[in-house]
Design a binder for this molecule. Structure first.
Ligand code: ZN
Length: 180
């Protein structure tokens, strides 16, 4: 199982690099990411959350009621080309244990991305999938849900963030070791 990077780890603030080739190492990583995500109770996972600075994310919402038949996705080099509408939902993040943030995002997106065969797709997404994709694409751009908080709101959760930095929390999954 892969270790999950949490708040305070530099990699979560770094922009991920474009993927130009898919080799067996990458295919193995994708497999490990799906396993880690499932075991951690996540529905999306970006590569920089598991220590890889590359534009790769996985989504699997089949555990969510009503989404059992949705195909798990491997998304490489994603780019949102247009978006519309707005929705506000409370989000959590494996890299921010115990924190929930109401995040306003476009309700619908048109996404250009590549699959594991590096074949390009342009597809529209809405509902939960659009939500998860935008959350994970934020990760690839070094953005976290706490960045959507107002200054006052962020001030309030500061002690909690400090605790995460110091690994003072209970998580059902293994996290990256404290970097000093
Ligand atoms: Zn996240």
């Amino acid at each position: 199982m892969l270790k999950i990077n949490v708040y305070g780890d530099e990699i979560l603030r770094q922009k991920a690099k474009i993927i130009t080739k898919v080799d067996s190492k990458l295919i193995y990583l994708v497999d490990e990411m799906f396993k880690t995500m499932k075991a951690s109770g996540g529905i999306g996972l970006a590569a920089n959350q598991v220590g890889k600075r590359i534009q790769l994310l996985v989504v699997d919402v089949t555990e969510v009621e009503g989404y059992e038949k949705t195909k798990p996705m491997v998304v490489i080099n994603p780019k949102i080309i247009s978006s519309e509408g707005e929705s506000e939902i409370e989000e959590g993040c494996l890299s921010l244990p115990e924190i929930r943030v109401n995040v306003k995002r476009p309700a619908k997106i048109k996404l250009k991305y590549k699959d594991l065969n590096l074949i390009e797709h342009v597809e529209e997404f809405d509902g939960l999938i659009a939500r998860v994709l935008q959350h994970e694409i934020d990760h690839l751009n070094g953005r976290l849900i706490i960045d959507y908080l107002t200054k006052t709101e962020k001030e309030k959760i500061k002690p909690l963030l400090e605790k995460i930095k110091k690994r003072e929390f209970e998580a059902k999954y293994s996290v990256s070791p404290l970097q000093v």
